[in-house]
Write a protein that binds this ligand. Sequence first.
Ligand SMILES: Cc1ncc(COP(=O)(O)O)c(C=O)c1O
Length: 412
Amino acid sequence: MRVSTSDITGKKKGSGSNDIFEKCRNFTRPSDLQSAGLYMYFEVFGDREGCGAGEVRMGHRKVLMFGSNDYLDLITHPKVKEAAVQAVKKYGSGCSGSRLLNGTLDVHVKLEAELAAFVHKEAAITFGTGFQANYGALSALTEKGDVMICDHNLHASLVEGALRSSARTVRFRHNDMDHFERSLENCPPEEKIFIVSEGVFSMEGDIADLRGIMKLAKPYGARTYVDEAHGIGVLGATGAGAAEHLGVLDDVDIVMGTFSKSLASVGGFIAGERSVVDYLKHTARPFMFSASLPPASLAAAGQALQIMKKEPERRVHLLRIAQLLRDELRSREFNVLPGETAIVPVVIQDELDLCRLCKRLLEEGIYINPVLRPGATQNLLRISCTAAHTEKHVDRLVTTLVRVAEELGIER
Ligand SMILES: Cc1ncc(COP(=O)(O)O)c(C=O)c1O
């Protein structure tokens, strides 16, 4: 005889509060937005065949993409695609195992050496994603008796790493060096200090005061960790990120990077002193207990790194376009947050206005991500520039934005 859920629980399936799935059925925020025609997530993109620079396909339409982190426009670069194809031909589609056991290829070792040299460190270790790199490194490197002093606006992967660690965590107000200094002063002398920041903050696009951090950290013997997910490829004389841009790259103890943005692939890395990297290889759980990066991802990232080094003009063009966009939007009285990176965030106070604006822009053939609180400290139209964008694209975006914002009665 079959026993139904109601037999076991004494209640009808799903109707009782002791059903673990009850919360899922009551979670209506996405469906509420969908019913209002304002849901902007999980949009489906198609192939890029026949798309022009800066364009992506959505259904039968070509859409101007201002929401991608492919900062150097390398995802569809023929050499990057070819490197991935050749890697699959040579090595196959995957490694089917962890680096520790059966998943280390010569291409892992080669790319790690190149990445380490690129960010001026002794050694590097690659992870399946940037998220895993942050989560794995922070949780492995700190223990009870340590303190992690973190900027308030950290990416979820860093926050999760800090939560997983048994170290004490202190958060200082975003980029506030006075508050940072007080956080340092308040640490008992026996605590070992680890300072964690992003180089470029992912949502607001501003640059961390790494000079201030380094200067204040030194007398405490504190170690420093900088996530350069949005800095690599964008900032610095060689594209090594915000720390290079501010002249403190050699002072940073650990540089973290991801392949999912300027490096046109998927994966993440941590670079630092060799003993630290070796320690992570044997203690970072997302590294030890997860399959290694597949050959195609490594080859694509490796090729993107070569192009990044050889073609600094991509970075120069990207920053010029982003600055042009900031200037044009400000001249039309949009509230653009200060910054000098590829991320151009426009404050749109009202959440519904922001969703409406993004929907209307999409109808007009322009894709931009809305970032809603608490994803950022304010509701933001997070415009993301890439090296594929031209002055014409900027002009189209600004003209359309002005018209649509007026049409919807959105305050600037
Ligand atoms: C600052 C920052 N760190 C880490 C990550 C995670 O990188 P990945 O996409 O490689 O997991 C992201 C991605 O959005 C990010 O913005």
